[in-house]
Design a protein around this ligand. Structure first.
Ligand SMILES: [Zn+2]
Length: 332
């Protein structure tokens, strides 16, 4: 189901107002930074234009025949144009095919909607071919051109579209939304900062980082049972740099201490509790604190001249060689 992001409510209401007053441009150029949901806004708006019985706020009903066609991606009055597979450009053939389809009348007697994304992927021939349509658009047709880089579009295209420039959402709103999406809401502020304030980009970053952290945690477990080579692992972990991995190691060790000392009510890695619990059981608290000191020392040295690989090898070797209590049948 298409839903607006909270920061898009105002711009959507404005679009609906223009529509109600008959001031809706036949071509809108939706621009703004990567990762703020431009495509999503175009989706929600296009569905609302196609819906037979939109709600009072303009949002699509989600129930009518048009809405079910839309949901199945088979609405005959909706045209999505993007670079074809293995290509980075929108080609003239795609625009020609679009123009041909638009020469027929709409199937349901309502709007026809074209979504071009990213519009700046049109090559010159494609853009020129679209110009005529922009100058003399077929009736009840709305073209939504989406781009992160409006300056890459020919001026002739830009000047024939109404510009809808979307800004980054207010930080507080973006952070509140992001916190709900994350496994670890406390990361919201940092991730949003890393993503330059774009909430969807921050979410993608979190997914990417989580996958990496999980893969590193797997290696950490293998080291504990002598199934991995610390030197080889260290070489992987320091790419592209060691700051995140070492901060993850710190989090794991701190959580192991919490688990070992029975104060596990607020773990940093709640999702990895079972794994960390198992690792912690094999170690005395004294050894865990020794490990924590070693990690803290390493963190301090990350800002020194000491080679990253050497630092990471040091901590991984320490971890793999730490004396463990023999648990049932555990081979070391
Ligand atoms: Zn509907």
């Amino acid at each position: 189901m298409n839903e607006l992001y909270p920061w898009q409510a105002d711009v959507f209401a404005d679009l609906q107002q223009r529509r109600a007053q008959g001031r809706l441009a036949h071509a809108l150029l939706i621009s703004g930074p990567v990762g703020i949901g431009k495509q999503q806004l175009a989706n929600v708006f296009s569905q609302s234009l196609l819906c037979a019985e939109p709600q009072a706020d303009g949002l699509a009903c989600g129930q009518c025949h048009a809405c079910s066609l839309y949901a199945a991606e088979t609405h005959p009055d909706l045209f999505r144009i993007s670079p074809e597979e293995d290509s980075k450009v929108i080609k003239i053939d795609q625009i020609r095919a679009l123009i041909e389809k638009m020469s027929l009348s709409s199937h349901y007697g309502r709007y026809r909607v074209v979504i071009l994304n990213p519009a700046d992927a049109m090559n010159i021939a494609a853009a020129n071919s679209l110009l005529k349509t922009l100058e003399e658009p077929p009736a009840d047709t709305v073209l939504l051109l989406i781009t992160d880089r409006p300056s890459f579009l020919p001026a002739t295209i830009r000047s024939r579209c109404q510009s809808l420039r979307l800004a980054l959402p207010p930080v507080e709103m973006a952070q509140a939304w992001l916190a709900v999406q994350l496994d670890n809401p406390r990361d919201a502020a940092v991730l949003l900062g890393l993503a330059g304030g774009a909430p969807l980009a921050a979410e993608a970053l979190a997914t990417e980082q989580l996958a990496r952290r999980n893969s590193l945690l797997q290696g950490w477990q293998e080291l504990a049972v002598g199934k991995a080579d610390p030197v080889k692992l260290a070489a992987e972990w320091v790419k592209p740099d060691l700051h995140l991995p070492i901060s993850w190691v710190y989090g794991w060790v701190a959580d192991m201490i919490r688990l070992r000392s029975g104060s596990a009510d607020r773990l940093t890695n709640e999702d990895a509790k079972a794994t960390l619990q198992k690792l912690a059981q094999e170690l005395d608290l004294t050894r865990l604190y020794g490990l924590l000191d070693r990690v803290l020392e390493t963190i301090k040295l990350t800002h020194s001249q000491v080679n990253s690989q050497t630092l990471m090898e040091g901590i991984l070797l320490y971890w793999s060689n730490i004396p463990r209590n023999k648990l049932s049948g555990q081979a070391k």
